[in-house]
Design a protein. Structure first.
Length: 202
């Protein structure tokens, strides 16, 4: 075992969550006796691997954190979400529903990933970005500010999606493409290579 549930509890959405305490050394400076974040039960954080929940982060429902993943800050993981590989969830980010975050992906700031969305590879989702539906964000893509990726949209490569841009439907944004401003990319559109799409106000 790598942790136990302590008697320190909080109530979240009618559920009792327990602060965890480390039983062994873990990466990131965790030593035996260190307190971590909160879980509803041991199903939320694997006893194997080096995954850890820090600070005031919460993992509850049927959500699972495993592998080498880390959840910290005020992040919340709930529903049937899965966080694994070397993924990092932090800040005030939330991952819920059936969403998956894996690989070396990072979700942080106030970003939300939910429904059946997937974030993987070395992708980063930050700011107030929303990733939902069956959307996929992968590769070295960066989605930030107030951007939205939803439907069956795919964002990959080293693409940047920023500002108030929305990518949805079956749209694909790949390569070194930049989508920003109030741009909308949707239906079966493809934006790739070094293309830039900027939507202006109004």
């Amino acid at each position: 075992m790598k942790y136990i549930l302590t008697d320190e509890t909080i109530i979240m959405w009618g559920k009792t969550l327990y602060r965890i305490k480390a039983l062994r050394d873990l990466p990131g400076g965790v030593t035996p006796g260190d307190l971590g974040g909160y879980v509803e039960s041991e199903r939320n954080l694997a006893q194997s691997g080096t995954a850890w929940i820090y600070g005031n982060a919460l993992v509850f429902g049927d959500a699972q954190v495993f592998g080498n993943a880390r959840v910290y800050g005020n992040a919340r993981i709930s529903g049937d979400a899965r966080i694994y590989g070397s993924a990092r969830i932090y800040g005030d980010a939330e991952v819920y529903g059936n969403a998956l975050v894996l690989g070396n992906a990072q979700v942080y700031d106030n970003a939300l990933v939910y429904d059946s969305a997937r974030v993987f590879g070395d992708a980063r989702v930050c700011g107030n970005a929303l990733i939902y539906g069956d959307a996929r964000v992968c590769g070295n893509a960066l989605v930030g500010r107030n951007a939205r990726i939803y439907g069956n949209a795919r964002v990959g490569g080293t693409a940047l999606v920023l500002g108030n841009a929305w990518i949805y439907g079956n749209a694909r944004v790949l390569g070194n493409a930049w989508i920003y401003g109030n741009a909308r990319v949707y239906d079966n559109a493809r934006v790739c290579g070094d293309a830039q799409v900027c939507g202006k106000d109004g």
